[in-house]
Ligand binder design. Structure first.
Ligand code: NAD
Length: 163
């Protein structure tokens, strides 16, 4: 791979994908080259919004996994697809970043842990987005003593769409 950026495919271009794209847009070590969503129009409009040149677009993630010009996949699909997509990505030899929750239940988790432990390429689970600006703002306010000493925190969010 040398000094070339890691070529990234975004599998699932829904709500959370914008937050993943932010890092790739600012980090020269990675480059989004492909987007996959069953809603192809959405994948296309995300590619445009992120300024991806000449994007590979597909509604079938297996098509993306078969491509030699994709190094890493960000699996941002709904929960019930996580296990199969992750196993398919491992079988395809890609580096894998998988959104939480890793899968649907303990049986699936055991299968995935075993597959990841015997895999010789990077595999990570992307846990909660603790650097999300509203969370950082809440922390700043708590640290500044805005509400005294918290004894517990309950967060209610409304994940509405802006488009
Ligand atoms: N870490 C965090 O803080 C965080 C926050 C939000 C979401 N997530 C996780 O990320 C994942 C995606 O969440 P989201 O909010 O972006 O969901 P979303 O519903 O907005 O996006 C999912 C996308 O997957 C597409 N899709 C569904 N089935 C598909 C298929 N078979 N092939 C191709 N595309 C398909 C949908 O069209 C949709 O665009 C979920 O597992 C969620 O738990 C994590």
């Amino acid at each position: 791979m040398g000094n070339q950026p890691v070529r990234v495919a975004i599998l699932g271009t829904g709500r959370i994908s914008d937050l993943h794209a932010i890092e790739y847009k600012q980090n020269p070590k990675g480059k989004i080259v492909a987007l996959c969503d069953q809603n192809v129009k959405q994948a296309q409009s995300q590619a445009e919004a992120w300024g991806v040149d000449d994007p590979i677009i597909s509604d079938d993630y297996r098509e993306i996994l078969a491509r030699p010009d994709v190094d890493l996949v960000e699996i941002l699909l709904p929960h019930h697809l996580h296990l199969q997509a992750a196993l398919d990505a491992i079988a395809a030899g890609k580096m894998v970043s998988l959104q939480k929750p890793m899968c649907m239940n303990m049986e699936e988790a055991d299968i995935l842990v075993e597959a990841a432990e015997s895999y010789d390429r990077p595999f990570k689970i992307f846990e909660n987005f603790i650097f999300h600006p509203p969370v950082l703002k809440a922390k700043e306010l708590v640290d500044a003593g805005a509400i005294g000493d918290p004894i517990s925190i309950r967060i209610k969010s409304n994940p509405g769409k802006s488009k």
